[in-house]
Every structure is written in structure tokens, then in C-alpha cells.
Design a protein around this ligand. Sequence first.
Ligand code: C5P
Length: 312
Amino acid sequence: MSALSISAPAKINLHLEVLGLRPDGYHELAMVMQSIDLHDSLEFQPTADASIRLHSDGPELPTDGSNLIVKAAELLRSRVGLPELGASCRLHKRIPIGAGLAGGSSDGAATLVGLDALWGLGLGKRRLQALAAELGSDVPFCLEGGTQLCFGRGERLEPVEQALAGERAALLLKHPDASVSTPWAYGRCRELRSDYYLDNEEDFEGRRQQLRQGPLLAALAGTGPLPPLRNDLQAVVAPEVESVRTGLELLRRQPGTLAVAMSGSGPSLFALYPDLASAEVARTGLAGTLEALGFEAWCCRCGGSGVSLVTA
Ligand code: C5P
């Protein structure tokens, strides 16, 4: 059988609100996640010896059982009860690692879709979504993509109509020396903010409803201006990570910027622009400063879909 290619897009958080703690120890969240067109590429081929192998062009990435690609492959084959299935995956990594852009989660989602097709399992969206939620809180979003409200741990999705999807663009910044562990960021949030956590479903639902009916969703529907973006983890990560503070300040000062925030648990930052050309202008305006401070920068379009099969 010939190789199968999958595109695995990154995401940014247009909203990340920590509502409270759940009985399972995770945080109850209310988020708006947005796919962007910065993506990893994965190529899958069957193996004859039932092995699961991963080759990555990013040397810093583990390729053993700790990688979500390997975890997703093992989970899929054990759930369908076919241990004789094997696959090798070549990963072309473009999404920065440990950045809050769901690169690992998107690779995991791509593996579910890729191997479902390669192994001819025909599991369908609902079963793949259930496996995605087992792999990680952001994996269901990565499978679906686009613009979604994400509730629960992040796995409960509600699609959002995005009038300007495909036009709106982001300038992303990340300092290569900075990396934030997601469990650390949530742990720190709990230390600093748990006195303010809500603690019952009625209050959680009240906040979800405020988000559904609030100014961010109106702006995405094209019926209002973009409000300041909220990321509760930004408030706990920024004091600890200098490049987050510096990057946010640089982006805020750029003319034409619609809104600025950290993505997920960071440390990547983004600014939104009406279109890709405006994001490129901002990057050019900042080029000297970014180089002097050692930031990496990407311009990308918002919108699109989640992981998808690449047809030749
Ligand atoms: O689900 P995932 O493995 O991506 O989560 C990584 C870690 O982030 C969890 O172990 C937990 O510490 C934290 N987390 C959380 N609440 C969420 C999602 C993640 O506390 N809703």
C-alpha cells in the first residue's frame, strides 16, 4: 500500500478561562480555539512486522512511547483488537514544541485519522473523537478544527460561525529558549487563583452562556469589534517568563494589531490582524527587534479545518 499524508494544523486560543476544578483533577475550562495554517506533516506507511515506528526531522522530539503519535497508534490498534497492525510515521515538524499551539495534540489527532484510513478501520468521527479525548484534552479540537467553543477539559466542542475565517491572520512569536509545561501552568493557576474558582455546574454553565453570548463571539460572527482577549494562564505564566512579557508588549505596540494574547499555556504569543498582508507588515516592522531579542516569528491564516488527508 502506498504512503498516506496528513496535515496537522496548530491552534491558538482566542479565549481561555479557567472556571474551576473537576472531580478528576483537571480544570473545567471555557475556551475558544482557532485552527491556523501553520502545520506539521505526517506520512504513514504500513509495516509488515507489527512494529510502530516514528522518525522525526526535529531531533529534540522524543520518538519513543512518550510521543503522542506512538500513543495514538498503540491506543487505536489495541481498541480495535488487531495487534498485528503496524505502521511507520515520518513527521515533518514545523509547529514549535512546548509552545501552547497543540503541536503534539494535532500530531496525535493526525495519527488517529491517518491510521484509521491506512488500516482500513472505518471507525467514524464519533469513535475517533472518543479516542482523541483519551489521548489529551486538546486532541478532539485538533481532530475537528476550525473555530470551536471548547468546554469541559477542552474536549466538549461547539462549532462557532466565523465570518472572517480565512481572512483574519495571526503573527505568532516564540522565544526558542522558553518552554512551559502545561501541568506546571495549571498547577500554578490553582495555587494562585483557586480561591476564585467556581464550584458547581450551574455556575459553570452560566459562564459558558456568557461566552456564547459575549462580545468575542459577536466579533467572530462579524457583528462587533474584537474585544481584548482573555487567557487566565497568561496571568500566571507572564510573571515567570520574561519572553512572554516582552513579546506581548512588542505585539501590542504594532500598528494595526486587533488583539494580542498568549496561546494556551504558552509561551507562544500571537497578535491578530484583518488579513495576512497586515500580519506580514507587522512582522516586517518588528524584524530588527525580533532578531535582536532572538524571537522566532510566523505569519499564518486563521480558519481552515482540523487534521486532514493530503491528496496528491
Ligand atoms: O489533557 P492533557 O494531557 O493535554 O493535559 C495535560 C495536563 O494539563 C494535565 O495533566 C493537567 O495537569 C493539565 N490540565 C488541566 N485541566 C485541563 C487540561 C489540562 O489541569 N482541562
